[in-house]
Design a binder for this molecule. Structure first.
Ligand code: FES
Length: 614
């Protein structure tokens, strides 16, 4: 942090918040709110005279509330810049009757009560999101007594208590009587790997090794301390981690396989009794301990939604930001020119965060050094002659890559080519067919449908599969040698959001018994929220088919991921069974109804054309 603060080419903006990000790769315009700190960081010498006279005392967030701070304070000992800040929510104000003492004693006169927030504009070529994570609050696990029993603390609180710069100067004391405990327990997976509706289902990655490190610290500082770790299973993967785990065991730390179900407190001694089923021995055990640490898991930042909106990113079902490709582009966000690093992407330790940050910086510098970027040849373009200026395309675009039309000026929308990712949702939603997707043009997809249904259409399972998940799921089924019907015919689109209503209708008009549209699971769509438009469109289509007397069940929608080869094969087998249920009469009726609809539509268009010409 110090190095970053001193680096001549890095501008560090602390106490600041990004308000908006506009533009696209190479041309981001970022608005940052530099919050008022009321102390000039360039003048402040961190002499601490101000803090000595400040009469306010509030819990110190950095010390997890174990000690207090003043209204004017140094956020933490190694803060960069090394300057005090004044928290106006705590301050009594510059009213001589109320206070104003800090300004009086500041020899450098660097305290300014009238300081204001400042909006700063930054032109950026690329953006790296490294907004980190938060820790899980274990209060809802009431059986562990956190907040009810003083001597039950979290792993974050443990860090402060054992730290030399902590509230106890590095002396590990239990909160109830400020004595060093002789026995201590750790419960793992608090808020992680949970399926009971509390916490999160994923593994938080760092807690096992953090506890191993904590036990080693305790054994080092207090030889003879009795430490017990209650766990489901210890995950010590990573360089040197198994050795560390073994060392902890050699130091005498006891690892007990089982998560305590109940904790009680002795009113006299404040000691805690844990009841646990030891799943190795199969016995119920009771352990009396003087202190307990809950190894809390990691959660996405609570303001993650804001970051997601600012950068038009998507998140996984766990709430962490999704990468462009887990193996090939692990630090690229789906939005071009945006990279991700650290726990914003998933829970990880320092080493992995540094590795990922270095990778993100390297990826970003490739773009910056090149000064230009290649775009995929699958972007959209507008045909102004067909556009009726409705602006739906601009609303649909997950990347804000379409500049909305100007109806009054009769100006058609424009696609920012560098920002377009080629999902095709805009083209599928445009009722005027005014959007052309390069390499996924309407005519090209229609031609594929016609080719598939040219011979024996009633035997074919026509499937629209998105490139990233469903199509890869089909591949997976193939490479795993899973059996699925040979009548299955796939049409690949980049996203299920590209599947236009007219493709499905055309397929039914040509005699398709069943049509399947398949895409990524909702939170996995590679084009942020384009898959939501797939769902909406399919809802509309089911209604339409129903009204026309066509069984809506003949149009299926499935979410199949790249790893779900099994599901892909299963769906195909189910569909084949469904095909057999569609009689030739039903298909003929559908074809007739849709042909009539098409004739009506064409007539309407020609009448409108005559009207225009007349
Ligand atoms: Fe698969 Fe959008 S990329 S549904």
């Amino acid at each position: 942090m110090m190095d970053v603060g001193r680096h001549p080419r890095i501008e560090l903006m602390t106490n600041s918040e990004v308000e908006s990000i506009a533009g696209f790769v190479g041309n981001f315009n970022v608005t940052v709110r530099k919050k008022a700190r009321y102390v000039d960081p360039n003048e402040c010498t961190a002499c601490a005279e101000c803090t000595k006279v400040c009469p306010v005392a509030v819990p110190d967030e950095y010390q997890q509330g174990f000690s207090s701070r003043r209204a004017i304070y140094l956020p933490f000992p190694q803060a960069v810049p090394s300057s005090y800040v004044l928290n106006m929510n705590d301050c009594l104000g510059n009213n001589p009757i109320a206070c104003g003492k800090c300004a009086e004693v500041c020899e450098k006169h660097c305290i300014n009560y009238d300081d204001q927030d400042e909006l700063v504009n930054i032109e950026a070529g690329v953006v790296i999101a490294a907004t980190g994570m938060e820790v899980y609050d274990p209060t809802e696990y009431d059986e562990y007594g956190y907040t009810r029993f003083d001597n039950v603390i979290t792993s974050m609180e443990f860090e402060r208590l054992i730290c030399a710069g902590g509230p106890t100067g590095g002396h590990f004391l239990r909160p109830s009587d400020r004595k060093t405990p002789k026995s201590i327990g750790f419960i793992q997976c608090i808020g992680s790997r949970s399926r009971d509706g509390r916490g999160n289902p994923y593994c938080s990655n760092i807690c096992c090794m953090n506890t191993v490190k904590d036990t080693l610290l305790l054994c080092d500082h207090y030889p003879g301390i009795e430490a017990k770790v209650f766990y489901m299973d210890m995950r010590a993967f990573g360089k040197g981690f198994e050795d560390l785990y073994m060392r902890s065991k050699e130091e005498g730390v006891k690892y007990i396989r089982g998560i305590p179900g109940e904790i009680t407190k002795d009113a006299q001694t404040d000691n805690l009794t844990l009841t646990v089923e030891n799943t190795t021995t199969g016995r119920r055990e009771e352990h009396e301990l003087e202190m307990l640490v809950l190894a809390q898991g990691v959660i996405p930042r609570r303001d993650g939604e804001q970051v997601k909106k600012l950068l038009t990113l998507s998140t996984t079902s766990d709430g962490f930001i999704m990468e462009s490709h887990p193996k090939l582009k692990p630090v690229d966000a789906p939005t071009k020119g945006v990279f991700i690093a650290g726990c914003v992407e998933s829970p990880k330790d320092v080493k992995d965060s540094v590795t990922q940050a270095s990778a993100a910086a390297a990826r970003a510098s490739i773009l910056l050094n090149a000064g230009k970027t290649k775009i995929e040849a699958i972007t959209s373009r507008i045909d102004p002659a067909r556009c009726n200026f409705c602006g739906i395309c601009a609303q649909v675009c997950p990347y804000n890559a379409i500049i909305a039309p100007d109806r009054k000026a009769e100006k058609a929308p424009t696609v920012i080519q560098a920002a377009c990712a080629g999902c095709g949702a805009c083209a599928a939603e445009c009722a005027q067919d005014a959007i052309i997707m390069r390499h996924f043009r309407d005519e090209q997809i229609m031609a594929q449908i016609e080719a598939i249904l040219e011979i024996n259409p009633h035997q074919h399972l026509l499937t629209f599969a998105c490139n990233w998940c469903s199509y890869a799921g089909g591949d997976n089924a193939g490479t795993a040698r899973l059996q699925y019907p040979t009548t299955c015919r796939l049409i690949r689109t980049m996203c299920s959001g590209r599947v236009d209503e007219k493709f499905v209708i055309h397929a039914f008009r040509l005699g398709a018994p069943i049509v399947l549209v398949s895409g990524c699971h909702f939170s996995d769509c590679h084009y942020i929220n384009a898959v939501h438009w797939t769902q909406k469109r399919m809802d509309r289509l089911w209604n339409k088919l129903d009204k026309l007397g066509i069984r809506p069940e003949r149009l299926r929608l499935e979410w199949i991921s790249a790893a779900e080869g099994q599901k892909f094969a299963k769906v195909m087998r189910e569909l084949e069974a469904g095909v057999k249920e569609v009689s030739e009469e039903e298909i003929a009726h559908t074809m007739m109804v849709l042909a009539e609809e098409e004739a009506k539509r064409e007539e309407k268009i020609s009448r409108r054309m005559v009207g225009v010409e007349g």
